[in-house]
Design a protein around this ligand. Structure first.
Ligand code: PLP
Length: 414
């Protein structure tokens, strides 16, 4: 019997899909015909891309290609094994060292992805009997990793320092022997706002906790040479575990944990996603290192200046007062309305994804507009016109363009 016609699994899958569809939550993949850039081809049509995390436009930078190809000649493609077996090539060590130098930490360890970095690191640090306190809008990988750790979890409303403090107070009093780990992002991936890092550092130090900070959307974009928000706020030395990704503003793939040298050595021994997984291809590591070099160079400074100029150009057109990052969410609310607006924009030639449950809370569906250094002024102005037209057809009142606020439930997936 053909196992694919086995009806019990298919019955389960199809009824699950039907339920997803009936709630307006069906997701589908759609491939681009060509590279990740401002103008992309999808299903034979050219679209203006406002959905990429390639904030500096490095994904198609010729220097990354050259670095990857040279590394290919030196080391081949596949790495052949995990880092601890024989899959640590020169390119991996060079990347780890470059990250540490860039982040100005004693050491760093690269991972295959941000998801893997979180899943390997958080359960290596905390376990049963420990306490993890995280922001309600934390990325799914931070939530999943915290759950996997077996630690007691406490969630504070987004950026709510009072509630963070009350969780810290509770943990210090009720679990005096526990390790306490505060987890937050510097820039929130679906809201684009920033965490109050100075105040958070002050609190975690007052209560003897450690801080795990995910800088996925800040690295390359914020801080001196693009080192992130902790650098901009001058408190990087106070953050024990700094995570960042290489696949967003850095235009490559992978992620890192930066911190002390004992942290690096400990993760090499305890981070299961690092230990039990084939190391990334050496050309990818070489491209990442080149991207860091560019981000930290005068060229990086001018790309960041261009990106921030673009952000400042779009924000008044969306009635946003002070955008904190390259992510500018347009809150719609209803899931189907968000999907319809995104579909209308697609018809007009704009790629702007609708983000909905379970990535964000139910009823807080939104368009997630992201900008890059490669967008032209005319691109931004035409998006703003299309957006106003598309959301206005839905309602009589002016389009509801607002920053989203705190949301009621823990996200369950990315
Ligand atoms: C994208 C993202 C990750 C995951 O990184 P990948 O390298 O894509 O796996 C982790 N945290 C945040 C906040 C992110 O936005």
């Amino acid at each position: 019997m053909n196992p694919h016609s086995d009806c019990s699994l298919d019955k389960f899958l199809l009824s699950g899909l039907e339920e997803i569809d009936s709630r307006g939550l069906m997701r589908r993949l759609s491939a681009l015909d060509g590279p990740q850039q401002t103008r992309v081809i999808q299903n034979g049509r050219e679209l203006l891309n406002f959905s990429s995390n390639d904030y500096l436009g490095l994904a198609t930078h010729p220097a990354l290609k050259t670095a990857a190809m040279a590394e290919w000649e030196r080391s081949g493609f596949g790495s052949g094994a995990s880092r601890l077996i024989c899959g640590t090539l020169a390119a991996h060590e060079e990347l780890d060292n470059a990250i540490a130098e860039f982040k100005q930490t004693p050491a760093a360890l690269s991972f295959s992805s941000g998801y893997a970095a979180a899943m390997g690191t958080i359960p290596a640090i905390c376990g049963t009997g420990d306490v993890i306190i995280l922001d309600k809008l934390s990325h799914a990988c931070l939530v999943d990793a915290s759950r996997l750790s077996g630690a007691l979890l406490r969630v504070f409303p987004h950026n709510d320092l009072c509630k963070l403090e009350s969780h810290l107070k509770w943990a210090a009093a009720k679990h005096p022997a526990a390790k306490i780990l505060v987890i937050a992002e510097s820039v929130y991936s679906m809201d684009g706002d920033r965490a109050p890092l100075r105040e958070m550092v002050e609190l975690k130090e007052r209560y003897g906790a450690w801080f795990f900070l995910d800088e996925a959307h800040a690295v390359g974009v914020i801080g001196r040479q693009g080192r992130g928000l902790a650098d901009e706020e001058g408190i990087a030395d106070h953050i024990e575990i700094q995570m960042g990704t290489l696949g967003k503003a850095l235009g490559s793939h992978g992620a890192y944990i930066a911190g002390g040298s004992a942290l690096r050595r400990f993760l090499i021994n305890r981070a299961r996603s690092f230990i039990f997984s084939t190391s990334p291809p050496a050309p990818v590591a070489a491209a990442s290192r080149k991207a860091i070099e560019i981000a930290a160079s005068p060229e990086g400074d001018s790309l960041r200046a261009k990106l921030w100029e673009n952000i400042q150009r779009l924000q008044p057109l969306l009635s946003i007062k002070a955008a904190a990052s390259a992510i500018l969410p347009v809150l719609i609310g209803n899931e189907s309305a968000a999907v319809e607006t995104s579909a209308r924009l697609l018809e007009l030639g704009f790629l702007v994804p609708a983000i909905r449950f379970p990535t964000v809370a139910k009823g807080s569906a939104r368009l997630r507009v992201t900008l890059t250094a490669s967008h032209a002024r005319s691109d931004i102005e035409s998006l703003a016109r299309a957006l106003h037209g598309s959301t206005a057809t839905k309602q009589d009142s002016p389009p509801h363009l607002a920053r989203s606020t705190g949301e009621p439930s823990l996200p369950t997936a990315g």
